[in-house]
Ligand binder design. Structure first.
Ligand SMILES: Nc1nc2c(ncn2[C@@H]2O[C@H](COP(=O)(O)OP(=O)(O)OP(=O)(O)O)[C@@H](O)[C@H]2O)c(=O)[nH]1
Ligand SMILES: [Mg+2]
Length: 134
């Protein structure tokens, strides 16, 4: 079992907690920390130790991966997520045109999910698992 520490990060009220709760992991209520086991489709197992934050001052050394969340109906949360991605990635070209999709700007996979409706919530984590295991 490969264990990796993941921070779910984004503006306030963007569904970070609901997303983590929807993944049916084990919750340590004190921290809170969510332990979620995933199997990739080639049957490799990954354990994600997940926590959430809306603070953009991230201690990157504490984590192996990041899921950056924004709310499609909240442009401010999108701008905030872009700032976070900018901080987290070195490979953002300085002169990228604003307004194009986040995945084009930052070359990170982008997913449209609904934690509330339980649509595709596991997708970002499975992709993270594949990227980390490869
Ligand atoms: N429409 C819709 N609402 C959502 C979705 N996910 C979460 N919400 C709502 O967004 C609100 C915030 O959800 P939380 O999971 O508490 O968000 P959070 O990012 O953890 O919030 P903070 O911890 O306060 O920063 C709640 O009222 C949720 O019901 C979604 O996929 N669709
Ligand atoms: Mg929360």
């Amino acid at each position: 079992m490969f264990t990796c520490r993941v921070l779910v990060v984004g503006a306030q009220r963007t569904g970070k907690t609901i997303l983590l709760e929807s993944l049916n992991g084990q919750v340590d209520e004190k921290a809170p920390v969510y332990t979620i086991n995933f199997a990739t489709n080639d049957n490799r197992n990954v354990r994600f130790i997940c926590s959430e934050s809306s603070n953009n001052n991230i201690n990157t050394h504490k984590y192996d991966g990041f899921v950056v969340v924004f709310d499609l109906t909240n442009m401010q949360s999108y701008e905030y997520s872009k700032a976070i991605c900018r901080d987290l990635t070195d490979d953002c070209p300085g002169k990228t045109v604003e307004g194009i999709a986040a995945d084009r700007v930052f070359r990170v996979p982008l997913f449209y999910i609904s934690a509330k409706l339980n649509i595709d919530v596991e997708k970002p984590f499975l992709t993270l698992a594949k990227l980390i295991l490869k």
